[in-house]
Design a protein around this ligand. Structure first.
Ligand code: PMP
Ligand code: GLU
Length: 399
C-alpha cells in the first residue's frame, strides 16, 4: 500500500539480505521455534572493557555535544597513527572521515565519486550492500566473478578485461565478506599494476576485517606503487573490536574525496556519536594484540567448522584466511528432492535449512553467487556443532 508513492530511487533498492535473514530468524525464535541464526555477520564477543571504560570516562567528562563533521581531531590523529603503524600508510587528519559505520563511508564514497552511467567494478562474490549502494547513486554495477575454484579471488586478467573507459570505481573487501578469502601482497600488487595504468579509476578497499586475518598479513592496496592517490581505504571498529552497535567507521582518502564525503555527511547525518569517538581513539592507540584473542578464537572455530562442513556430502568449501564466514558451494544439491521439497536455487537451499533444519543462513544469490550459501561462524562452538549436525541431517534426506 502506498508503494507507488515512493521515489524511483528507493523502489529499486532491495532490503539487505543479511539483515533480513537475521530478522526472519528472530521472528521465528519469538514464536518459540528453536532457530540457530548463522545469518548476521557480527562478532559474538562483547566490546572489550577498556573501550567501554574510555567511553564512560568521555561521557562523564561531558563529551555529549555535536562533533566536527569528519570526526574529532584526536580520533583522526589516532587513525593516522594506526594507519602508519599497522598499514605503512601515511595520511594527515584532513584525509580522514569518521562516519556512522563503514557502511556510511562506502555510501559517502560512492555518492562523492560516481556519476549516473559510470561503471563500478565489484569483485564477486561481494558484500550485499555494495551492489545496492552503487545502483542507488546511479552507477552501473559490473560484477567480476571469481568462483570457489580460484578461491573467490579475481585475477589481474579478469580485472583488465572488465575495465572500460566508463569505469570509475573498483570495490572489493579483503579479508572478504562473504568468502573469507584474503588477497596476498603479490596478488594485490598485480591488481594494482592493472589499475594504476588506467587514468581516472579509483579503488574502494574495504578492510573492515583487517584484524580477523589468520594469515597475519594485511597488505593494503594503497601501499602499492601509484595507488595511494586513487584509493579510498575503509575500516572501522565493528568487527575487529566487536563494536557493531557503536556505529563507527572511517575512511582514508585523497583530501578532495575526504572533503566531499564530509560535505555529504554534514548535510545527511553530521559527525558520528561524540563519546564513542574518544573511546575508539583510545582503542586504536593500543597495539592490536589487545584484541588478538578474538581472531584466535575465530581461527579455532574456522578449523572446527571446516572439518564439519567437509564431512557433509555435496558441500564444497574453500579455506578462508580471514573474517568469520564460510561460503560453501552447494550446486550439487540443485535438482535434488526429499519428497516434499526440491532444491533448485540458493534461495531454496537457505529456505530448506531455515524451515527444516531451523538454521538461518544467507543465500549466495544475495552476494552475487547463486551456487553458494553463507554462514557466519561468529557464535559458540556448541551452537556451531549443533547447527552443522542439523544441516547434515537435513541434507541427507535429499537425493
Ligand atoms: N563492509 C563489510 C565487508 C562488512 O561485512 C560490513 C558489515 N557490517 C561493513 C562493511 C559495514 O560495517 P559497519 O558496521 O562498520 O557499518
Ligand atoms: N556485515 C554484516 C553481514 O554481512 C552485518 C549485516 C549488514 O550490515 O549487512 O552480515
Amino acid at each position: 500500500m502506498g508503494k507507488h508513492l515512493l521515489s524511483i530511487k528507493i523502489s529499486s533498492m532491495t532490503e539487505s539480505a543479511t539483515i533480513k535473514m537475521a530478522q526472519d530468524a528472530r521472528a521465528l525464535k519469538s514464536q518459540g521455534i528453536d532457530v540457530i541464526s548463522l545469518s548476521l555477520g557480527e562478532p559474538d564477543f562483547d566490546t572489550p572493557d577498556f573501550i567501554k571504560d574510555a567511553a564512560k570516562k568521555a561521557l562523564d567528562a561531558g563529551e555529549t555535544k555535536y562533533t566536527p563533521v569528519p570526526g574529532h581531531l584526536s580520533l583522526r590523529e589516532a587513525i593516522c597513527k594506526k594507519l602508519k603503524r599497522d598499514n605503512k600508510l601515511v595520511y594527515t587528519p584532513d584525509q580522514i572521515v569518521v562516519s556512522n559505520g563503514a557502511k556510511q563511508c562506502i555510501a559517502n564514497t560512492c555518492l562523492s565519486l560516481v556519476n549516473p552511467g559510470d561503471e563500478v567494478i565489484i569483485f564477486t562474490p561481494y558484500w550485499v550492500s555494495y551492489y545496492d549502494i552503487v545502483q542507488f547513486v546511479g552507477g552501473t554495477p559490473v560484477t567480476v566473478y571469481a568462483g570457489i575454484d580460484q578461491d573467490f579471488k579475481v585475477t589481474p586478467d579478469q580485472l583488465r578485461d572488465a575495465i572500460t573507459p566508463k569505469t570509475k570505481l573498483i570495490i572489493f573487501s579483503s579479508p572478504s565478506n562473504p568468502t573469507g578469502s584474503v588477497y596476498t601482497e603479490q596478488e594485490l600488487s598485480e591488481l594494482a599494476a592493472v589499475i594504476s595504468k588506467t587514468e581516472g579509476v579509483f579503488v574502494l578497499s574495504d578492510e573492515i576485517y583487517e584484524l580477523i586475518n589468520f594469515s597475519n598479513k594485511n597488505p593494503s592496496i594503497a601501499t602499492m606503487e601509484g595507488m595511494q592517490d586513487r584509493t579510498i581505504t575503509i575500516n572501522g571498529m565493528s568487527k575487529g573490536y566487536a563494536m557493531t552497535g557503536w556505529r563507527l567507521g572511517y575512511m582514508a582518502a585523497p583530501a578532495f574525496i575526504a572533503k566531499a564525503c564530509s560535505t555529504i555527511q554534514g548535510q545527511f547525518t553530521s559527525g558520528a556519536a561524540s563519546f564513542n569517538q574518544l573511546a575508539a581513539a583510545h582503542a586504536l592507540d593500543q597495539d592490536t594484540q589487545v584484541v588478538r584473542y578474538m581472531a584466535d578464537k575465530f581461527l579455532a572455530r574456522k578449523n572446527m567448522v571446516k572439518a564439519l562442513l567437509d564431512d557433509i556430502p555435496g558441500i564444497r568449501t574453500n579455506d578462508p584466511q580471514g573474517a568469520f564466514y564460510f561460503f560453501p558451494d552447494i550446486s550439487e544439491f540443485f535438482g535434488k528432492s526429499n519428497g516434499t521439497r526440491t532444491i533448485n536455487s540458493s534461495e531454496d537451499f537457505a529456505d530448506v535449512l531455515l524451515t527444516e533444519a531451523h538454521v538461518a543462513v544467507v543465500a549466495g544469490s544475495a552476494f552475487g553467487d547463486p551456487s553458494c550459501f553463507r554462514i557466519s561462524y561468529a557464535t559458540s562452538d556448541d551452537v556451531l556443532r549443533e547447527a552443522m549436525r542439523r544441516i547434515k541431517t537435513t541434507l541427507a534426506t535429499f537425493s
